[in-house]
Design a protein around this ligand. Structure first.
Ligand SMILES: C[S@@+](CC[C@H](N)C(=O)[O-])C[C@H]1O[C@@H](n2cnc3c(N)ncnc32)[C@H](O)[C@@H]1O
Length: 364
């Protein structure tokens, strides 16, 4: 499989390094994160705490990097046709299709994922020692939504954890390397201004976040054919979060046994205290063949069964290797009125599940 380091550099975090935050400052930061979360807990349709300006900045990154226009309509229809026929090789098989797909579907997803990350951050950043960097891996994450969402989320986190860099890896079967590179550049470079822009506008024109605080690596690989050594070089014991956004059901549909194997590989590699974050369409079902008869199972049932019931075998019994710390089978993310984008965007309905890896020390 081709393997490209298409986007950004590995972050060494030296250029803008300031002094380490004190334990007190970190505690305060985590309290602020938790307080923000508590404000929105318990509501079906979550209040949108992500700043409007930040959401607009995220959309602007897509607008500038991918240049969507109403003239893309014909190409978009072609892509829609392939997606409808579940011919993903065709839908993601041409550079122009990738640009049009990412400029049409990923911006709203990015803003929705930004909300998702804000909703789970109190779990992810809880009980952390001083962090130099937070490592994330997004499986099926090539289309750009995850890139911009992570950047937007981290821009808010930098206010609380100014020392910490976010190191993101995106693994996807399609050739999204140029899309990821263009969006990453848009996240760490100030937007281009018109030559008539005022001095004040120029002064206020900043990148979403500094380059040394957000690194991206793109890997074009089929996660269902992952050999253990390749996987273990990407997802390591220091990986804090692995995401599966709108891809798990697709993987289950492609191959149930291979998807089960992938989940077992994740369980084997990920360290205690790390997280698996799954977002997908609500009510996703997959057909499974058991003892020769085909049956439909909800994606969630399959996932819970694998991670919570039978994920770790010991000699005597089966022990759960994961605990579920967030669970919602249907949630809406509605785009706030007033956001500007050259083409129409849609709200996002999703199910969300966050699992925390248990370990000998943290079990129970
Ligand atoms: C529905 S799109 C979701 C894209 C993105 N995660 C989002 O939510 O906007 C599914 C993505 O999964 C990728 N994908 C599908 N099968 C895959 C596999 N076996 N290995 C890696 N990526 C895969 C596709 O190429 C596509 O980018």
């Amino acid at each position: 499989m081709p393997h490209s380091e298409a986007c950004g550099r590995e972050c060494k975090g030296t250029k803008h390094r300031a002094s380490k935050p004190s334990a007190y400052k970190l505690k305060q930061a985590k309290r602020a994160i938790k307080a923000k979360q508590d404000e929105t807990a318990g509501s079906e349709e979550t209040v949108n705490p992500v700043a409007f300006e930040l959401q607009q900045k995220c959309l602007n990154i897509f607008r500038d990097a991918l240049q969507p226009s109403v003239e893309d309509t014909a190409v978009l229809q072609e892509v829609k046709g392939h997606l409808f026929n579940r011919d993903f090789n065709a839908a993601f098989g041409r550079e122009e299709f990738l640009r049009v797909y990412a400029s049409r579907w990923s911006p709203a997803r990015a803003v929705g994922f930004l909300q998702v990350l804000a909703d789970v951050q109190h779990h992810v950043l809880r009980r952390q020692p001083d962090l130099d960097q937070l490592e994330t891996v997004c499986l099926g994450g090539g289309a750009g939504g995850e890139v911009v969402a992570l950047a937007g989320w981290w821009a808010t986190m930098l206010e609380l954890l100014p020392e910490t860099a976010l190191r993101a890896r995106f693994v996807d079967i399609a050739a999204w390397d140029r899309t990821v590179a263009a969006l990453h550049k848009g996240c760490v470079t100030p937007p281009e201004l018109s030559k008539y822009a005022s001095a004040t506008a120029r002064e206020a024109n900043h990148a979403l976040l500094p380059e040394d605080k957000f690194s991206c690596t793109y890997l074009q690989q089929d996660v269902l054919s992952w050999q253990d050594p390749s996987m273990a070089s990407i997802i390591t014991p220091t990986t804090k979060v692995v995401t599966l956004f709108f891809v798990l059901n697709e993987l289950y549909s492609a191959s149930m046994p291979k998807t089960q194997r992938l989940l077992a590989q994740l369980t084997a590699v990920m360290a205690a205290g790390s997280f698996l974050l799954v977002v997908d369409s609500p009510g996703s079902y997959s057909t499974v063949s058991i003892k020769g008869t085909e049956k439909q199972y909800p994606m969630l049932w399959l996932l819970d069964h694998t991670l919570l019931v039978s994920s770790q075998k010991t000699d005597e019994e089966q022990v759960a290797a994961w605990e579920k710390v967030e669970n919602d089978e249907s949630r809406w993310f509605r785009l706030p009125t007033g956001l500007q984008y050259p083409i129409q965007l849609e709200d996002m309905r999703y199910q969300i599940h966050l699992y925390r890896r248990l370990g000998v020390a943290s079990n129970g």
